[in-house]
Each structure stands twice: as structure tokens, then as C-alpha cells.
Design a protein around this ligand. Sequence first.
Ligand code: GDP
Ligand code: MG
Ligand code: K
Length: 298
Amino acid sequence: MNANNKSGFVTIIGRPNVGKSTLMNRLIGQKIAITSNKPQTTRNRIQTVYTDEQGQIVFLDTPGIHKAKNKLGEYMVNVAQNTLDEVDAILWLVEPSTFIGAGERHIAEQLQKVKTPVILIINKIDTVKKEEILIFIDTYRKIYDFAEIVPVSALKGDNAQTVIEVIFKYLPYGPNFYDEDTVTDQPERQIVAELIREKALRILDEEIPHGIAVSIDSMKNRTKGNIVDIEATIVCERDSHKGIIIGKSGAMLKKIGTAARKDIEDMLEQKVNLQLWVKVKKDWRDSDFLLKNYGYNK
Ligand code: GDP
Ligand code: MG
Ligand code: K
């Protein structure tokens, strides 16, 4: 560790689907946060750690700041807002647009209350013409006094390294918080649950958007061979949803299980034997008890 080492905390905020999880995964170079084209996929405060010769960045992937509709919504808003004051820099992700919507204005208003420097990331620049980028920068500059503005493509990786360099400018000098080969402090079980949930959301129809949770009932390494046995339950809100999740002769559940198993095997670098169950728990999103039970406790 040298005297010039820097380390600190950064949070990524922005509306659902702007690419927060994609950017974090890109920066860390490994799949940790789940991504999907449905909003509000990321419910938990996922910490990932980036380390290089300059020092260490600890990322918090917060849920979007938006108006709460139920207890789960409230939980997500609170996590996001509490985080803003505690970090060394805030990355605010936006879409390349010349229209500032109510959602962006709401976030800008929340940000006026914190002293933390805000770095604006204009994501998805692969979807626009290069010469338009300056116009987007000008548009966003009008709503907030950003410390930095960086256009990127989280998907393609354009300018991802610049994001790292810019963040380090705002981190204090100090020793790293974690070992250099740490990438996350999330319990493995939670990541496994999130991977299963991601696959379920991807594979299922729009009919079951956010009304599912996944609990890991058991996760055991076999004494012989590099194999882990995992039993998990997909919890949904309606009997009709249960039918859809299971599918005809269990075809849908099998599809979810196969896709999830592949990702879990990649992450754990082990063979995985995954057994999935489906249970109905009505209104779990409005119950404090059930939220805690499924790990959304904060
Ligand atoms: P989050 O809700 O902010 O975490 O957004 P996600 O990371 O889940 O991304 C939402 C969707 O946008 C996914 O379908 C991503 O593949 C897509 N996406 C993310 N970043 C980019 C990008 O730079 N370019 C393009 N074209 N799509 C992106
Ligand atoms: Mg996300
Ligand atoms: K999403």
C-alpha cells in the first residue's frame, strides 16, 4: 500500500432501466448486479468493490429514487436517500435525451440537499449520434451543478475506464477497505437468489412484473466433487401466477432453472444442482414481516 492510495464509497442512482446494473457489472468486469429490461430489478443495496493500482472504489448499487407506492417502494426510496450523504461521490445515470422529465427533476431536487459531488453519466451513447452528445450535456447542465459529466455506453464499454479515473479524483487518500480480490460483500445466497429472480423476470411474461421474490431454502456443498445443491422457492402473489411460473408440465420452471443454473455455475465456479419450488404468498410486498424474511431488511 502506498501513501497515494485512495479509497472510498460511490453510489449509482438514476431512474429504473437507465443501465445502473449494467454499468456496475461493466466496471467490475463480472456479473454481480442483476440486469433486466423491467424496472426495479435491483432491490437490495449491492456492494461491489473495484481495486486497481490507484486504490479502491466500493460501489453501492441503490434502487432508483422515485415516489413510493407500497412498503417495498418505501424501503427502496429510503435506502437510496440514506446512501447519498454517506458516500464520497454520486454517479447519476441518465439516458441521452433533450427532455428533462419529472423523474429527473425529482432526483435533481433530492440532490440539492446533499453536499456529495455528483458525477453525471450519460449512458447508452451507442444509441445516438456522436455530434448530439454535446446537446445532451447542455440540457442536463441546466438542472444541476455537476462535478463532472461523462458520456458512456455501459453496454459496449465505451468510456467505462474514464468513469473509473473520474471517480478516483473525488476519493480521499487512505488504505483499501477490502482485500484486492474481493468483488462483493453480498452473501452468496443473496446473489444466487437475485440470479434466479433475474431469470424468472426475463423468461416470464409481463403479467408477473415485480410480484415475485426468491428465497434460498438450502445451499450445501457436497463432500465429494465440486458440486453444490441448492433448493430455492419462487414466491408469487397469486395462484394464477403460480400456474404461469410453473408452466405446462413444468416447462417454464424448468427453463428458469436451467438458465439460472448456468449463471450460478459461472459465478461459483462449481457444478450446481438446482431445485426450484413455487409458493403463493398474497400481498408479500405490503408486509414488513415478509420483506424482512426475503432479505429486504434495512
Ligand atoms: P437499471 O434498472 O438502471 O439497473 O438498468 P439495467 O442495467 O438493468 O439495464 C436496463 C436495460 O438497458 C437492459 O436491457 C440493458 O441491456 C440496457 N442497457 C444498459 N446500458 C446500455 C447501453 O449503454 N446501451 C444500450 N443500448 N442499452 C443499455
Ligand atoms: Mg438495476
Ligand atoms: K432494470
